[in-house]
Design a protein around this ligand. Structure first.
Ligand code: SF4
Ligand code: SF4
Length: 68
C-alpha cells in the first residue's frame, strides 16, 4: 500500500491547483472537494503540500532513529 499525502476535506475549496500540479495524477475531484488516489507513482516531492493555498494538504515525514 502506497503512502499518500493527507487532504483535510474541511479546508479544501476545490481550487484544483493540486490536481493540475501533480505529475502522477494523485488528485481527483469528488463533488466539491478533492480526494487522493493511491498510486505507487507518488515520489513524495511535497509540491502539493507547498502549493495548496489553504494548507489542506499534508505530506508528513516519519523520523526513524537508527542505533549505531
Ligand atoms: S490545492 Fe488545496 S484547496 Fe486547492 S484543490 Fe488542492 S487540496 Fe483543495
Ligand atoms: S507528493 Fe508530489 S507526486 Fe506525491 S501526490 Fe504530492 S505532488 Fe503528487
Amino acid at each position: 500500500m502506497a503512502i499518500m499525502p493527507d487532504i483535510d476535506g474541511g479546508k479544501c475549496n476545490a481550487c484544483g491547483l493540486c490536481v493540475s500540479l501533480c505529475s502522477c495524477n494523485a488528485f481527483v475531484f469528488v463533488g466539491q472537494v478533492v480526494a487522493v488516489v493511491e498510486t505507487e507513482l507518488c515520489n513524495w516531492c511535497t509540491d502539493c503540500e507547498a502549493i495548496c493555498p489553504l494548507g489542506a494538504i499534508r505530506c508528513p515525514f516519519e523520523i526513524v532513529f537508527e542505533e549505531i
